[in-house]
Design a protein around this ligand. Structure first.
Ligand SMILES: Nc1nc2c(c(=O)[nH]1)N[C@H]1C(S)=C(S)[C@@H](COP(=O)(O)OP(=O)(O)OC[C@H]3O[C@@H](n4cnc5c(=O)[nH]c(N)nc54)[C@H](O)[C@@H]3O)O[C@H]1N2
Ligand SMILES: Nc1nc2c(c(=O)[nH]1)N[C@H]1C(S)=C(S)[C@@H](COP(=O)(O)OP(=O)(O)OC[C@H]3O[C@@H](n4cnc5c(=O)[nH]c(N)nc54)[C@H](O)[C@@H]3O)O[C@H]1N2
Ligand code: SF4
Ligand SMILES: [Mo]
Length: 689
């Protein structure tokens, strides 16, 4: 059976075959993302997710197995009581970017219609929200990568700011094989080792770096004047704001030598085809939206976005990181990437849902603010959680865990007993990935169908069934069959920026979209599986490259927005003299709830570690393999010392796949995207005696 990977946003194609107890995974070659037949280690071992002994198979009420009806009745009764006592906003809903479009949609509808709560948000806020905000500001629309991945193969130069795809999306790197890579990362990562040029800024200084690059582009007359004139607005204000960002000043702030900056900007400007791509390293900052904006300004000045073969893109991370941000599990949003405060959007969606527009709640709190309000006098007293493990993955996680513990009711749907599920009053065991059908929208904006390929274990139900069963007990009749839910999503999204109304399951699997390649069509092998949104009617071919003719702004022009560098929210000082930055390793996924339970992955990287430079280790008398404590103003985490000159001597790195790292991190939020500053805070590092 042809399906897609359970993990990241590349959504590599894979085929699953079942013979007796054996489940075998092989890569597909008809999916452009991994057409070379590649999968990463996580993809190859994904079958173990299905057979894992740690799987939950019965609902749990206060830790004890109970029948489904008992658990559902209990939850519905408690929700009604909490709503009566505290009002609709007394109940919160938290979702995830790994959930299918159908689930994200139904969860948003459940919150707004069955619970009437404004208190819904999801983990995508922790992921690419800064890039999304910057794209909307510049282009009028957030389709993370507004071009197919295969377009990258024609690039001469690609700048990767804060992305390490050699570990986070290995098959993606093949698309970059023909390009000179400029990698911006404080660490010499596996990706940086492939680079033609590696710029190593201090964590949290990318914004200054991007301003410096743009300053040089202007100073050296590298701006694409005709493009700026024809396709953009607002350049003059940006040009004026650059005066203060002369290269030597930027070198002092970032540590990147001026000649390296000059090489980078010249390479991008002289290339026939070039891309600027951002990842979490540039985005997960309290100034993440402005940082991405500065890189977008650079791309615009060089005439890249909206041109065939060039562009700006964000490397969205979670399996459904793109679709998960479109259909209403976000605090300020309704399906189709509509704004919840837009009267026309409210009227359209209310009509699909059969309610009055005035009955739809307004925008609620963003993810961290929501978690931080739980159990407080003004905050929600109950939370329903689907597809996230915030006790490990949220910033300042000890504080978040304390808030979660203070709830009157926590309900978690998961496949395994995650650290957060372990705190729940009620746990519902759900089907996952290859055990159910649903659509995923990958990092290209390509809507894919992940089909049920194996029988789920007895005792589990799908998230859709859980949501609909609770809705029914609260007096609402919701569809719970994926195809039916998708048809409703299509209607709800019709006319919105992320218009799915022309997409059907049949079209996705049979899709052979043709058209003039230069006008945004794709053809032949490139069409592969899937349909690109927006796709407003059944005869519409989908939109692989939405900005070729015009951007999605009212005047069709991309907007330059002036931004200023502010630096990290928490600077190093005598008490906390070292920067901590965090991220990922190849073998583990996110909070590790899934991959820590898969033997070959757990063996590959068995425990948390702290990467530090030999000079710093020498000063602190730390040897390789020593147990190390990393302490911030908020808390501490531990790991085994790995000593390496791949990191700056003022910075340590910890992966966040284990509980601990996020007890240290700083929940300072970006003012626009509400993204927490996962990528930099001030710490003290000590050997544990
Ligand atoms: N193996 C694996 N793959 C994954 C995931 C996973 O958990 N594991 N998760 C998926 C998801 S949801 C996501 S969002 C993506 C994330 O994919 P990436 O963005 O590639 O992953 P990260 O490791 O979080 O961050 C990338 C790099 O940013 C660097 N960095 C840290 N601070 C800074 C800074 O201030 N400036 C700059 N320029 N760089 C900095 C780090 O050193 C790191 O190498 O990966 C997806 N793929
Ligand atoms: N320090 C630091 N912290 C970070 C980051 C960082 O770079 N540094 N990155 C952030 C980013 S980019 C992200 S995306 C977040 C991710 O962090 P989380 O939101 O915690 O994401 P996951 O670990 O993927 O959690 C998914 C949970 O859902 C379960 N699950 C899997 N499939 C299903 C399903 O079909 N239904 C249901 N109900 N459950 C399912 C899994 O078992 C797991 O427990 O972490 C953020 N936290
Ligand atoms: S790169 Fe991402 S989608 Fe591809 S196999 Fe690895 S985890 Fe799965
Ligand atoms: Mo993410």
């Amino acid at each position: 059976m042809r399906t897609h990977c359970p993990y990241c946003a590349l959504q590599c194609g894979m085929a699953i075959s079942v013979s007796g107890p054996e489940i075998t995974i092989t890569p597909r070659t008809d999916v452009p993302a991994n057409a070379a037949g590649a999968l990463c280690q996580k993809g190859w071992t994904a079958a173990e997710l299905l057979t894992n002994g740690a799987r939950l198979t019965s609902p749990l009420l206060h830790g004890r197995p109970v029948a489904w009806d008992v658990a559902l009745d209990h939850v519905a009764g408690r929700l009604s009581a909490i709503r009566r006592e505290h009002g609709p906003d007394g109940v919160a809903v938290f979702g995830g970017g790994g959930l299918t479009n159908e689930k994200a949609y139904l969860l948003g509808k459940f919150a707004r219609v069955a619970l009437g709560t404004s208190q819904i948000d999801y983990n995508g806020r922790f992921c690419m929200s800064s890039a999304a905000a910057a794209s909307i500001r510049a282009f009028g629309m957030d389709r993370g990568m507004p071009f197919p991945v295969t377009d990258l193969a024609g690039a001469d130069v690609v700048l990767l700011a804060g992305a390490n795809p050699a570990e986070t999306m290995p098959p993606f790197v093949r698309h970059l094989a023909g390009a000179r890579l400029v990698v911006v990362d404080p660490r010499r990562t596996a990706t940086a080792r492939l680079a033609w040029l590696h710029l190593r800024p201090a964590p949290g200084t990318d914004l200054a770096l991007a301003l410096g690059l743009l300053h040089l582009a202007v100073a050296e007359d590298l701006v694409d004047v005709a493009y700026v004139e024809e396709r953009t607005s607002g350049f003059d204000a940006v040009r004026t704001s650059l005066a203060a960002w002369w290269p030597e000043r930027v070198e002092r702030i970032t540590g990147v030598p001026v000649p390296r900056m000059r090489e980078a900007v010249r390479a991008l400007a002289y290339a026939k085809n070039a891309y600027v791509l951002t990842g979490r390293g540039a985005e997960q900052h309290a100034q993440g939206t402005d940082t991405v904006t500065a890189f977008v300004n650079l791309a615009l000045a060089l005439g890249l976005p909206g041109r065939l073969g060039s562009g700006y893109g964000c490397l969205t991370g979670q399996g459904n990181g793109q679709g998960g941000r479109e259909h209403g599990q976000k605090a300020d949003q309704l399906p189709g990437y509509r704004r919840i405060d837009d009267p026309a959007a409210r009227a359209h969606v209310a009509a699909v849902w059969g309610v009055e527009p005035d009955d739809l709640p307004g925008p609620g709190r963003s993810a961290f603010e929501l978690l931080d309000a739980l159990g407080t006098p003004a905050g929600p007293k109950a939370m329903l959680l689907f597809g996230s493990n915030p006790v490990v993955s949220a910033p300042d996680s000890a504080r978040v865990a304390e808030r979660i513990r203070s709830l009157d009711l926590l309900v978690v749907c998961d496949v395994v007993m995650s650290e957060t599920a372990a705190l729940a009053d009620v746990v519902f065991p759900v089907t996952q990935w290859a055990e159910e059908t649903g659509t995923m929208t990958n990092l290209e904006g390509r809507v894919l169908l992940r089909r049920r390929a194996v029988e789920p274990p007895p005792g589990v139900r799908s998230d859709l069934e859980v949501i609909a069963a609770l809705a029914r007990r609260l007096g609402h009749d919701f569809a719970d069959e994926p195809g039916e839910v998708f048809d409703e999503l299509r209607r709800a999204s019709a006319g919105g920026p992320a218009d799915y109304s022309g997409i059907t399951y049949d079209r996705i699997t049979g899709a052979r979209v043709t058209g003039d390649r230069t006008r945004g069509g794709v053809s032949g092998r490139e069409a592969g599986a899937g349909v690109f949104w927006p796709c407003p009617s059944p005869d519409h071919p989908g939109t692989p490259r939405p900005f070729l003719d015009a951007f999605a702004t009212p005047d069709g022009r991309a907007r330059f927005v002036p931004v200023e560098h502010r630096g990290p929210a928490e600077e190093i000082d005598d008490d906390y003299p070292v920067y901590l930055t965090t991220g990922r390793v190849l073998a583990h996924y996110q909070s590790g709830a899934q991959t820590r339970r898969i033997a070959p992955l757990a063996e590959a990287v068995p425990e948390p570690y702290v990467e530090l430079h030999p000079d710093l280790a020498g000063r602190l008398d730390i040897g390789a393999g020593d147990l190390v404590r990393v302490v911030s103003r908020r808390g501490e985490g531990r790991g085994v010392a790995r000593i390496s000159d791949a990191i700056r001597s003022d910075t340590v790195f910890m992966p966040f796949h284990w509980e601990g790292t996020n007890r240290i991190t700083n929940p300072a939020l970006d003012p626009t995207s509400r993204m927490p500053e996962f990528k930099v805070c001030a710490v003290r590092v000590e050997r544990v005696a």
